[in-house]
Design a protein around this ligand. Sequence first.
Ligand code: SF4
Ligand code: SF4
Length: 366
Amino acid sequence: MHEAETRATARRAMEICNACRYCEGYCAVFPAMELRRTFTDGDLDYLANLCHDCRGCYYSCQYAPPHEFGVNLPRTFAELRQVTWVEHAWPRAGARLFARNGLVVALAAALGVALVLLLTMALQPADVLFGVHRAPGAFYVVIPMAAMVAVAGVTFGFALLAMLATVVRFWRATGSGGLPRGRPLLRALGDVLTLRNLGGGGQGCNDVDEGFSQTRRWLHHCLFYGFGLCFASTTVAAGYEHLLGLRAPYPFWSWPVVLGTLGGLGMVIGTIGLFALKLAGDAAPRAPRLLGADVALLALLGMTAATGLVLLALRATGAMGVLLAVHLGFVLALFLAMPYSRFMHGAFRAAALLRNAMEHEPTDAR
Ligand code: SF4
Ligand code: SF4
């Protein structure tokens, strides 16, 4: 019922916009909309995920509230995006988790931290847990490497599988077009890496009110590339360990530590900044019932990065054991929550950008 109402609101808004077309230069949504005269459910799901929530159209719209048409694309599309994440979630049982994804993130965080911390305390004597360990292999004195690799491998592997299956379901539901390749793939990759649609044609987004700014775009970059650097740090560290036989903890100027430090700082700056923008932002174009899920995910990402930085700073002290357990608890929680939280918005948006690039390819090639 809620899904049907949300789609009906989106369809009505798209029909009004398709007649008006005032915003056609604002973002990728409007040119994609103009390729259609009617809007299937798949079309609406695609357009909603193509929207980057820049809010430019809301502040320009002569039909926005209090006008009787009540066109509010940022809010309407935000609510429809949530519907699409729930509908395409894999496995099906995950859809129920998605529907309450703020709660899921909070529970995953509590469970992950409690589980790793309690298990570590139960299995290690106090002199090991609170001892000072500095020699190569120090982390594995507190939590054996085999346990770390097994838990991380299973949870991260499942998260990747679930995310991939969910995006494939979304891809199939939003149209045909076969497998992407060549120029559309490069164009979509460029859109993802530069967040071009948050640039508002050069002047930026309406982050807080009618004023334009690039702040939200740069904060997203901090979070996105920070996450990527942390992932690169873990991958390089695994190479050091298994290919070169070098055991953690690594020196401060080693690649894993430099990448992880820069990535962690980027994630902390990105999450705090995006949280501040949410608090300061105009509530009118926002979907109020999704705020909890947004904040919960930002908090989980921020805590994962912050606990990693604190662990780095205090790794040569007796606090290392507890900090390691807490940090790994947040990492585990992040892996558990990834496929069923707002984390998926990046994957859905990338798929929508790819479909958009494929739609425009025949036109561009002429
Ligand atoms: S958002 Fe408003 S001004 Fe922009 S195209 Fe739609 S109806 Fe027209
Ligand atoms: S909020 Fe921004 S990205 Fe979304 S439809 Fe409006 S102009 Fe496009």
